[in-house]
Ligand binder design. Structure first.
Ligand SMILES: C[S@@+](CC[C@H](N)C(=O)[O-])C[C@H]1O[C@@H](n2cnc3c(N)ncnc32)[C@H](O)[C@@H]1O
Ligand SMILES: [Mg+2]
Length: 256
């Protein structure tokens, strides 16, 4: 009787492990909403609790283990490999990263971007992050990549939680032709309008918005696609590290 109980327990544990490790991750590969719920809520919280570390801390550890100091490509490769094979994270990812690369190549300088491999001399990059812990980790990743010189500044905006993530007093820092939107989806429209109002979006400014399909930003898409001031183009990649549909929207500001 003890033997059958033990084998039942082992069988049950093996079943649950297989479910967690292979069956559910494979199933959620094709459904963006389920993927986000599983990877970004359930798995993240479980691993945070079990390991007493945060996902950004685990990513940083992997960068330290696998990437070469001063080599941004090795940092991106280490992060993408880890997120594809070990623990999913809400990065741009390799597939959308290539589209981001092509857009970065089109603009002469970049003003808002979080981490990129294509940063020619003289380019200045600003990243915004309102979570101080994430912001501290991002700074360490940037330092490891050897990109500190090119990152003109990195802002942590505590006020962002109450609504506004952009500080118009930083006007000089934001002016320029490249804006990458990848924060709270509900902030895409108000922050774009704020940039417009502050005159920080100029003729030729390229707005690149991530996750316009998953989780989705229908109001933002409607805004840029129906405005005669933007010329908008949709890219149809997958949600990072999955086979679920997502979208990047590139919108070039044509002027007033
Ligand atoms: C999807 S992640 C960015 C991922 C990054 N683009 C990458 O590829 O690694 C979004 C980040 O934006 C931050 N965030 C969300 N809303 C924000 C806001 N209103 N102001 C500043 N940061 C914000 C979140 O804390 C989160 O770390
Ligand atoms: Mg994103």
């Amino acid at each position: 009787m003890w033997l059958s109980l033990l084998s039942g327990l082992i069988g049950g544990a093996a079943f649950l492990f297989a479910l967690y490790r292979w069956v559910i991750p494979t199933a959620v590969q094709y459904h963006g909403g389920l993927a986000l719920l599983w990877q970004d809520v359930i798995v993240e919280h479980a691993l945070d609790t079990l390991t007493r570390t945060s996902r950004p801390q685990r990513l940083l550890k992997e960068v330290h283990r696998k990437a070469t100091v001063g080599d941004p490509q090795s940092v991106i490769t280490a992060i993408d490999h880890f997120c594809k094979h070990r623990e999913w994270a809400m990065n741009v990812g390799d597939e959308k990263g290539s589209i981001l690369d092509s857009v970065v190549n089109e603009v002469s300088t970049v003003t808002v971007l979080e981490l990129a491999r294509l940063l020619p001399p003289g380019v200045s990059v600003i990243t915004l992050e309102f979570n101080p812990d994430y912001s501290a980790i991002a700074r360490q990743v940037i330092r490891w990549s050897g990109l500190e010189e090119k990152m003109r500044s990195q802002y942590c905006c505590p006020g962002a939680a109450s609504g506004g993530s952009l500080d118009p007093s930083d006007e000089g820092a934001f002016r320029g032709p490249g804006v990458f939107l990848d924060h709270w989806k509900g902030r895409y429209i108000p922050d774009t309008k704020l940039l417009e109002e502050c005159g920080l979006i100029q003729k030729g400014t390229v707005m690149l918005a991530d996750n316009v399909i998953c989780p989705g930003t229908p109001d933002y898409l409607e805004y840029v696609r129906n405005s005669s001031r933007y010329n908008s183009h949709y890219y149809r990649p997958h949600l990072e590290y999955t086979k679920a549909e997502d979208g990047l929207e590139k919108s070039v500001f044509l002027g007033y």
